[in-house]
Design a protein around this ligand. Structure first.
Ligand SMILES: [Zn+2]
Length: 503
């Protein structure tokens, strides 16, 4: 835990050196004495009267250390949103500047400064400066940059409005500025609500299903969770092996991650745990890699997802790399140890091999699964034999699942490797207990739906009569052939019901 010793960089310093964007900056000189301009500017609840980027603001006065709460107008007047915002005032210098920071959005950090400078002769320079960083900022940059530019432009135009009012009336009172229509407020509040719900749904969706997290399981061995099926990345001397390289866009993120972590190594081996697109479509990003899979996989790809694989032949595993029942791959790793004597450095080369044992469990999640065991590290990549804490998908087509076989395969592996670290096809790193619990879930589901079917219940009646809530599983989406489906309690019951009714 060396990290504990070094302090993390602050968000402010991350922002300072961030290359995520060039600050959005601009200023304008107006014929208003700085004390008049500043006094007027100090009241955020009046901003919407002269600055068209603001719809509304709560604060009646700027106060250092306080939260500023307001709502932006949309960047085009016909866009149906008002964007709520909250920021902390972290700098406030009289007749000079105010800065606030936005930290409330996940993966987003921004600073916005409005400043003033007395140019003498009753003229004031008014400027706006803004910069942001973070993963969610980068993801939504196409929105944020135009928004920042909108805020800057409207703010400077607003200063011009103030100049005109001041030149006509000689003062900047609240009453001297046009009133805003508030009858639209209720409508807008409803829109704000929609936006909030939409935003949090988006964030939840991103962090649950698209965001990837790398977890080091052993030296040179990382699990990359999320963004499709989970992946295992095994690095050797010069080469990298990937188990399940995901699908687009997660596959590209994984490749970037590998490239960044191992700039001088190339991906030479891929193992597919089964043919499903979310584990295999990323194969095509590594044209020079040998692709290992169970021998049924190429046919399943062509029969079940032919349209896609016809255009991406290079990603289909071939010939010598097809596994029948069991195969062992050896990844050779020469570790260099430096030992220093008085004057010279002695290099000791040690060969440390990582073995990957690829085993076909019989018909299980599909007719062509492999699970992979790393004996030295005691790690097992289960593929979709395990959905850890998620409702599973069942492949009901030709070459698809056998639930009873899955259950016995899982129990056998879990019993034989009780202390192993399990990387599931979906969900977090697991133990043999989690693996067994998943088998129990499949058992419960299969038995109860089977009973309902044999008792003459319809599919809808089976859905109503079987309660899966005690299993506490999360839902999982699948985007296949442009269709979105969800693995959820109701669908699990329906899919198993259809297995029984199609026999
Ligand atoms: Zn699968």
């Amino acid at each position: 835990m060396n990290n504990m010793m070094t302090s993390r960089p602050t968000q402010a310093s991350v922002l300072e050196f961030s290359q995520d964007m060039i600050p959005v900056h601009g200023y304008i000189d107006v014929k208003i004495p700085i004390e008049v301009m500043w006094e007027h500017f100090m009241h955020p609840n009046r901003w919407n009267r002269w600055n068209d980027c603001f719809f509304w603001a709560l604060n009646s006065k700027l106060q250092l250390g306080e939260q500023l709460i307001w709502c932006f107008q949309p960047i085009r007047s016909w866009f149906l949103y008002k964007m709520p915002a909250i920021a902390k005032i972290i700098e406030l210098q009289h007749e000079e500047k105010v800065t606030w920071e936005v930290t409330i959005l996940p993966g987003f950090y921004a600073r916005h400064t409005y400043y003033m400078e007395d140019l003498g002769d009753g003229t004031t320079r008014f400027g706006s400066w803004e910069k942001a960083t973070g993963w969610s900022f980068r993801l939504l940059k196409w929105f944020w940059i135009p928004h920042f530019i909108f805020v800057k432009n409207r703010s400077l135009a607003g200063a011009k409005v103030l100049e005109e009012v001041y030149s006509q009336k000689g003062v900047l009172h609240e009453e001297s500025l046009p009133r805003k229509n508030y009858w639209r407020l209720f409508l807008s509040l409803i829109l704000v609500l929609f936006l909030l719900i939409g935003g949090s749904l988006g964030t939840w969706f991103y962090s649950s299903y698209i965001h990837q997290t790398a977890i080091k399981l052993a030296p040179g061995i990382d699990a990359v969770i999320g963004g499709g099926g989970n992946s295992l990345v095994i690095a050797a001397d010069k080469e990298v092996t990937i188990i399940d390289p995901k699908f687009s866009p997660g596959a590209e993120s994984l490749r970037k991650w590998v490239k960044k972590k191992y700039p001088h190594k190339s991906v030479t081996q891929i193992i597919n745990t089964h043919y499903h697109y979310d584990h295999t479509q990323g194969n095509i990003l590594y044209p020079n890699a040998h692709i290992y899979a169970h021998r049924n996989v190429p046919d399943l790809m062509r029969e079940r997802d032919g349209e896609w694989w016809e255009k991406h032949e290079s990603g289909i595993p071939q010939g010598n790399y097809l596994v029948n029942r069991r195969d062992t791959l050896t990844v050779e790793d020469k570790k260099v140890e430096n030992k220093k004597t008085e004057n010279k450095k002695i290099e000791n080369k040690k060969i440390e091999n990582t073995q990957l044992i690829l085993t076909y469990p019989g018909i299980a999640h599909t007719h062509g699964d492999l699970w992979i065991y790393l004996p030295k590290e005691n790690i097992i990549a289960t593929g979709d034999l395990l959905f850890n804490q998620y409702y599973p998908f069942f492949d009901l087509g030709k070459g698809g699942i056998s639930i009873p076989n899955s259950i016995s395969a899982i129990r056998k592996i879990a019993q034989n490797y009780p202390t192993a670290t399990y990387l599931p096809g979906h969900g977090a790193i697991a133990t043999s207990q989690d693996f067994l619990k998943f088998a129990d879930y499949l058992d419960f589901l299969y038995n109860n739906v089977g009973k309902a079917y044999k008792n003459g219940l319809s599919e809808d009646e089976a859905v109503k009569s079987i309660d899966l809530s005690e299993w506490n599983l999360q839902i999982l989406p699948s985007f296949h052939n442009g269709k979105l489906t969800w693995a959820k309690a109701e669908n699990n019951i329906r899919w198993v019901y259809r297995m029984f009714s199609s026999i």
